[in-house]
Design a binder for this molecule. Structure first.
Ligand code: SF4
Length: 330
């Protein structure tokens, strides 16, 4: 559905570069919810912008490619590549940006924000007909159609987020990207938003990509996930496997920091901070924070190796496991 081949993206800061995404390579499959996890500043949101083709100065793609494989009007396959993916916005791929309040026009009613985004796809329909269809869709998503008459500030944070999801999915796109959809919402509202996303995906059978720093979100809703650290995807696999058997030391620490039922002990965050993306260190980027780092880690970058069925990770400690696996599977 969506394929990233070895993509690097950077911010051009007047001649110096912040390498926010470094050789990221993965695919999002049809009808799956794919999660992208990692601490703030690890490149998750930039990666989402790259996938959506929202490439504006100072952001640029420095290598690799992004492709979307979709069905055209006549049912024939169409491939959109970065640089022209924006031609398929709303219809094939849509985006729920972070911070509903900031992205909605504060002086326009919700109805006109829907009309601005989608009326060109419904040129033959009257405004009344289109409004009735939008109201019907809102009802399907258990949103009161009265929100169409509201200004964004009149809605709660949770309701604004729901409206953005409704807007992004109204045209039934093949792929929906959501950036931190539950951030800044209380736990009950968060759960409602995740339930809504899961319901939409189940109904439309489309693909979703959810970016969140909250591992709990991934556990609840995603089928497969990738963990990002300092611009790189350091582990990728089925969500269940990642939670049951995390392989990369960073993933283990992220999962170890999650509160568990019945365990009231104080959870520590991961000590230290990620390296600068302007001038990342040689070797493994996690070495300065990794409790099991060796000299090899500080000198040589680990390759991505297979550690289980559809499960890959980049860590020198895993290389013997991967070699044994290769020998076993021929
Ligand atoms: Fe830790 Fe070395 Fe593995 Fe990096 S390669 S995660 S430093 S053990």
């Amino acid at each position: 559905m969506l394929r990233l081949h070895n993509v690097s993206a950077r911010y051009n800061m007047l001649g110096s570069y912040v390498n926010a995404v470094d050789r990221v390579d993965f695919e999002v499959r049809k009808s799956e919810i794919f999660g992208i996890a990692g601490e703030s500043g690890c490149g998750k949101s930039t990666l989402l912008k790259v996938m959506y083709d929202l490439i504006q100065y100072p952001l640029e793609i420095s290598e690799g490619s992004v492709e979307i494989h979709a069905a055209g009007k006549d049912g024939k396959p169409v491939v959109y590549r970065h640089g022209d993916i924006h031609r398929s916005w709303w219809k094939v791929i849509s985006y729920v940006p972070q911070g509903a309040m900031h992205v909605m026009n504060p002086v326009a009613r919700v109805k006109s924000q829907f009309f601005d985004a989608i009326s060109k796809y419904h040129e033959k329909k009257s405004a009344k007909q289109l409004e009735a269809e939008i109201a019907g869709y809102l009802r399907e998503l258990e949103l009161p159609p009265e929100v169409l008459q509201a200004f964004p500030h009149q809605l709660s944070g949770g309701m604004r987020q729901r409206v953005l999801i409704a807007l992004a999915t109204f045209l039934h796109p093949d792929i929906v990207l959501a950036d931190e959809p539950t951030t800044a919402l209380d736990v009950v509202v968060q759960r409602g938003i995740l339930t809504m996303l899961a319901k939409v995906q189940k109904k439309m059978k489309n693909s979703m990509v959810i970016v969140s720093h909250d591992m709990g979100v991934h556990y609840q809703i995603t089928h497969r996930m990738g963990i990002m650290y300092a611009g790189q995807m350091i582990e990728i696999g089925p969500t269940e496997q990642i939670f049951e058997s995390p392989q990369h030391p960073y993933t283990k620490m992220l999962i170890g920091a999650l509160p568990k039922v019945g365990d009231n002990s104080q959870k520590e965050g991961i000590p230290g901070t990620p390296p600068s993306l302007k001038n990342p260190p040689p070797g493994c980027r996690f070495a300065a924070r990794c409790p099991v780092a060796t000299d090899l880690c500080r000198a040589v970058e680990p390759a991505r190796v297979a550690v289980g069925h559809e499960h890959m990770a980049s860590c020198h400690l895993l290389e013997p496991i991967a070699a044994e696996r290769r020998a076993h599977h021929g």
